[in-house]
Design a protein around this ligand. Structure first.
Ligand code: FES
Length: 510
């Protein structure tokens, strides 16, 4: 038994390494559409638009498909844990039906793209199952099966699965899919270029002026003029619609291990129990599959990540015998307060800016859906589910319920509470920071985020997140400063790893 996986990073990144980076623009640009963000939502939107003959440029702050998309579990499913029972209460029977249709349509469209472009991305048709080990969970499963059927999915409540442990029950929907997300997206990006689209990596957009045309500015001082702009940066880097009141970032851990082919589950499983457990497998050479287990979700900057990795790998080892762990990584996505992604016009006054965010961990079918929806909206075509996903939809605290209030309380606590350590936090000299760890401490009356590297040297940056000023916390397992408010992440030296922040943490002398 081996419950201590080595840190191999994302399997998807390792097995589809990025080609040489495409350089940032050498000078100012003018295009029909600028897409900010090169994950599945951004690339899918850019590809649909290029196919319709528009001149498109993708501006990616890092590398293509290397953020959330490169770290997902890569399930393409319309069954999203227990979403339908919730949707029929919050968005009505019609809302649930449109959700099911739009997600199912996205999976079908993904399959068509794979076929049309001949993409070798390990596409496998599989059933999706939401299961419960605890019999107390059966009531929720029954309600979900009924709601999913009402929404139009062929959902069945079953008790037999191929899992090597007993379940009290499971909701099962066939005809879903799983694939290698980076192989799919790198091929899509190649086809986008063949169609005349431009891709610029290592290009961080830091400013947006909406108008006719819209004007974007990059961290290298380049201006990009575009008739239309799409913000597809997971958490929007610009937030004129105050979407931050309706999005909460969620981090989730992944462990992967080899398993004999004849013992590997072929379908895709998820349970809301134990802070989520999600299971699938992927091809892994002769006679083997890679078992991919996800779970242990938490708000960035608020958990002992090492302990949670240990819990997740112990669960995997308990439930699937004889695993040999090979990889572990973490991913981050945003939950919207009403469990429906925000895809469409950016805010009430926008006519040329669009956003795609809030996929709640289901960003692969959601990203493909967003690509079609935004390109159709830009083309003036009616889409039945445009209203469902419209970011301008009226918010109702009653309808969005406790998740809205909970998120507001969490952020408010950090906005207010995080200002206290500047005055009262422990002094650096009174704090024992061991090599590899970091802490927020008081230095000369200021709050500093101090990291001690493995050689014992201290590195200090401002502890104040450059997005809206919450105080960061150190994630030792992933060697990153994380902001609990909206999920920005920074390297120990302050470099941005993940937005919405667009500026690094300032260096501090200590
Ligand atoms: Fe918003 Fe840090 S991410 S304040």
């Amino acid at each position: 038994m081996n419950t201590e996986p080595s840190i191999g990073g994302s399997y998807w990144m390792e097995t589809a390494p990025p080609p040489a980076p495409t350089p940032p623009p050498g000078g100012d640009l003018s295009v029909d559409v600028a897409v900010v963000g090169g994950g599945i939502a951004g690339l899918s939107t850019a590809w649909e638009l290029a196919r319709q003959g528009r001149e498109v440029a993708v501006l990616e702050a890092d590398r293509l498909a290397a953020g959330v998309t490169g770290r997902t579990t890569a399930k393409l499913s319309a069954l999203h844990t227990l979403v339908y029972d919730r949707l029929r209460r919050t968005r009505g029977a019609e809302g649930a039906r449109l959700y099911a249709r739009s997600q199912t349509e996205a999976i079908r469209h993904g399959a068509e793209i794979v076929e049309e472009l001949g993409i070798d991305c390990e596409w496998e048709e599989a059933a999706a199952l939401t299961y419960a080990e605890d019999p107390h969970g059966l009531g929720k499963l029954r309600a979900e099966a009924e709601a999913a059927r009402e929404a139009g999915l062929a959902a069945a409540l079953v008790t037999d699965t191929e899992l090597p442990f007993p379940v009290a029950g499971a909701v099962r929907v066939t005809g879903q899919a799983q694939f290698h997300p980076r192989k799919y997206l790198l091929a899509l990006a190649d086809d986008l270029r063949r169609r005349g689209g431009a891709v610029y990596e290592n290009t961080r957009v830091v400013g947006l002026t909406e108008g006719e045309p819209c004007l974007l500015s990059t961290d290298a001082g380049v201006s990009v003029r575009a008739e239309d702009v799409v913000i597809a940066t997971h958490y929007p880097v610009f937030d004129r619609a105050l979407l931050f009141t309706r999005l909460s970032p969620r981090r989730e851990l992944v462990v992967a291990a080899t398993i004999d082919e004849d013992r590997a589950p072929r379908d895709m499983y998820i349970t809301p129990e134990q802070a989520t457990r999600s299971v699938r497998s992927a091809p892994y050479g002769e006679g083997k599959r890679l078992l991919i287990v996800t779970g242990e979700h938490f708000s960035p900057g608020t958990a002992d990540v090492e302990e949670r990795f240990g819990r997740l790998s112990a669960w995997a080892d308990d439930h699937f015998e004889g695993l040999a762990f090979t990889h572990r990584w973490a991913t981050q996505d945003n939950d919207s307060t009403d469990a429906v992604p925000l895809v469409g016009p950016f805010h009430l006054g926008s006519s040329h800016a669009y956003v795609a965010t809030g996929f709640g961990g289901w960003g692969l079918s959601g990203g493909i859906m967003a690509g079609r929806l935004i390109s159709d909206l830009m083309g003036g075509r009616d889409v039945e589910w445009a209203g469902l996903y419209d970011p301008r939809r009226l918010r109702s605290v009653v309808r969005e319920g406790s998740s809205f209030l909970k998120h507001q309380a969490h952020v408010a606590r950090h906005f207010v509470g995080d200002r206290v350590p500047r005055l009262t936090g422990p002094a650096l000299e009174d704090t024992d920071i061991v090599p590899g760890d970091g802490a927020v401490v008081r230095v000369a009356g200021h709050s500093c985020a101090v990291h001690r590297d493995e050689s014992g040297r201290l590195h200090a940056v401002s502890a104040s997140c450059t997005h809206l000023g919450c105080v960061v916390a150190f994630n030792r397992a992933e060697q990153a400063w994380e902001c609990p408010c909206h999920g920005s992440r920074f390297a120990p030296d302050g470099r941005i790893l993940q937005g919405p922040a667009v500026r690094p943490l300032e260096k501090r002398d200590i």
